[in-house]
Design a protein around this ligand. Structure first.
Ligand SMILES: CC(=O)SCCNC(=O)CCNC(=O)[C@H](O)C(C)(C)COP(=O)(O)OP(=O)(O)OC[C@H]1O[C@@H](n2cnc3c(N)ncnc32)[C@H](O)[C@@H]1OP(=O)(O)O
Ligand SMILES: CC(=O)C(=O)O
Length: 528
């Protein structure tokens, strides 16, 4: 059994750009508890009012089996624990578990704390003992343990001994600077495990050499039974041990039941929940939980996966709550297309699929990108089968007016054929030419298709296409995302002219919404 301590709410918030409100912290703590995390480190109550308030709010919250921990430092040099305001703030958090960090590396004792090696040992022993006397479980985080051990093993071990004498029940070896190698971590952890029989040994690795997961696994193989990390690897500098990578590896590959396997079905949802609360975009390429983790693009791969998913998947995606996806692009073969068309509910013969594939490859050469624009791909297939479109744009114009640099507004006209009638409408917008075009187009078609009132534009991205004319003469690709209720779908347009590319992408979105009104089936549709 390996105990899991999550420090997203403490070390995670030491990561650049990862900021949580008190409400976010409370919500995440509850989610971590539901997920089955054993110890949830909520923050450093002596550090700031937000963390202090978090612990006040958590006093009434039932976390079930999970235990809440507050984090803090050993007492200041030459002060008794009961005189140190930071120690007292930690006590007032009233958590069942206290995580104390102390110095293991002589460099830090002498140059950061500016105290003697003996006083540091007393600081560790006294502070641990103080909390143990108050009935708290103390987890001792030995900061810079591996660096300290490499320089002066006897002193590093003496700091652990001081924590044990104080009554700490878990000694955690921290790779604080994140530069240790798995073989060093293995050897040093093994020496500590053998030197401290009966004491739980843990690991807290950082990811500065991209080795946090490897180092955690090395420590566990050497006998560590407690790991500390964060969801999505947020944390100081390059981040902390990423639990969303470590946990499935421990459980599914090493067979170590850190959490019950069925809990890991909620892993992707938990990962996205934390990103959502922090208002950060999820990492698409994250192992196990990223959107791309089970997305198959190359034709050879898709062809094999359709025959047997094990050919290109190391685990079934559903084990971690993820889904298999097939992408369409210029590295596709017929299998990608047939799989995607089946997902979209479109029947094409092999011959038609071949023509569609040629068309996709030619358009991608011109600058289109269909892998993130399934709605445009659907329309392409629809047109290839001779399907009718609900409208046809026959012309447009756009004007931008301004009497100074901050006064611009735009007006647009569009000519759209709907059935037998030709609509010619105009609209203006203070938000720029694309918005004016969108308004004019909607005005033209809404009277015929009132259901489009429920469709809204949610994202708009422009990208300059490389390998063409430079600067403002470059071609552009526009990607648009639209929403209808819970459903999101994306389209693409490419042209030398940004407004033409925009109108292509916009009108693809509206045409798709009209042609494919019932995309509520399970597993169908792009996920936003
Ligand atoms: C490896 C880790 O991630 S440990 C966690 C680190 N996390 C944080 O630092 C985030 C929260 N920190 C804070 O809010 C502030 O730094 C506080 C409130 C803790 C301290 O603030 P200040 O009193 O203004 O001190 P400051 O931040 O400038 O310096 C840290 C002090 O803690 C001392 N210190 C560092 N580690 C320890 C330790 N383990 N035990 C005791 N004292 C320590 C330093 O020697 C320094 O003391 P000095 O002011 O006498 O030089
Ligand atoms: C304690 C801690 O966060 C570290 O050593 O990295």
């Amino acid at each position: 059994m390996v105990e899991v301590l999550d420090t997203t709410l403490r070390d995670g918030t030491q990561g650049e750009g990862f900021v949580l409100s008190v409400d976010d912290k409370v919500a995440i703590a509850k989610r971590l508890a539901e997920f089955g995390i054993h110890v949830i480190e909520g923050g450093w109550p002596g550090s700031n009012p937000k963390d202090a308030e978090f612990f006040v709010r958590m006093k009434g919250v039932d976390l079930g089996e999970a235990r809440l921990a507050a984090f803090g430092a050993t007492r200041r040099k030459d002060l008794a624990p009961e005189e140190d305001p930071s120690v007292l703030a930690l006590l007032e958090a009233e958590t069942p578990v206290v995580v104390l960090f102390g110095k293991s590396w002589t460099l830090h004792v002498l140059e950061a704390l500016e105290t003697s090696l003996e006083e540091n040992l007393r600081m560790i022993r006294d502070t641990v003992a103080f909390f143990v006397r108050q009935g708290r479980r103390v987890i001792y985080d030995a900061e810079h343990f591996f660096d300290g051990y490499k320089e002066d093993p006897a002193y590093a071990l003496a700091t652990l001994e001081a924590a044990r004498e104080g009554g700490a029940d878990t000694l955690v070896l921290c790779d604080t600077n994140g530069g240790s190698l798995p073989e060093e971590v293995y050897a040093i952890t093994k020496a500590v495990v053998e030197g401290f029989p009966g004491v739980r040994i843990g690991i807290h690795p950082h990811n500065d050499a991209e080795l946090a997961v490897a180092n955690a696994l090395a420590a566990v193989r050497a006998g560590a039974t407690h790991v500390q990390g964060t969801i999505n690897g947020y944390g100081e500098r390059c981040g902390n041990l990423n639990l969303t990578s470590l946990l499935p590896t421990l459980v599914f590959k090493y067979g170590i039941p850190a959490l019950p396997p069925e809990k890991l079905r909620g892993l992707k949802e938990l990962s996205h929940f934390v990103d959502e609360r922090a208002n950060l975009p999820p990492n698409r390429r994250a192992p196990y939980v990223g959107e791309a983790a089970f997305a198959h693009k190359a034709g050879v791969h898709v062809s094999a996966v359709l025959k047997n998913p094990r050919t290109y998947e190391h685990i079934p995606p559903e084990w971690v709550g993820n889904q298999r996806r097939f992408l369409v692009s210029d590295v596709s073969g017929r299998s990608n297309l047939l799989a995607k068309l089946q997902e979209l509910g479109v029947d094409l013969s092999r011959e038609e699929a071949k023509r569609l594939l040629d068309e996709v490859k030619a358009l991608e050469y011109e600058g289109y990108a269909f892998e993130g624009a399934e709605a445009s791909f659907y329309l392409l297939a629809h047109r290839l089968r001779g399907g009718a479109l609900p409208f046809k744009v026959e012309g447009f114009s756009v004007f931008v007016h301004g009497s100074g640099l901050d006064t611009a507004w735009a007006e647009a006209t569009v000519r759209v054929r709907v059935g037998e009638g030709l609509q010619h409408t105009a609209a203006e917008s203070p938000y720029g030419p694309v918005s004016a075009l969108d308004r004019a187009f909607r005005k033209a078609v809404l009277q015929f298709y009132p259901e489009l009132a429920d469709v809204e534009l949610t994202d708009y991205k422009v990208r300059i296409l490389s390998g063409r004319e430079a600067g403002t003469n470059s071609g552009v690709r526009v990607m648009v995302e639209m929403r209808r209720g819970e459903e999101r779908f994306s389209t693409v347009g490419a042209s030398e002219n940004i407004l033409e590319a925009s109108l292509k992408a916009l009108t693809d979105g509206y045409a798709y919404a009209l042609l494919f009104p019932l995309r509520e089936r399970e597993g169908v549709g792009e996920r936003g």
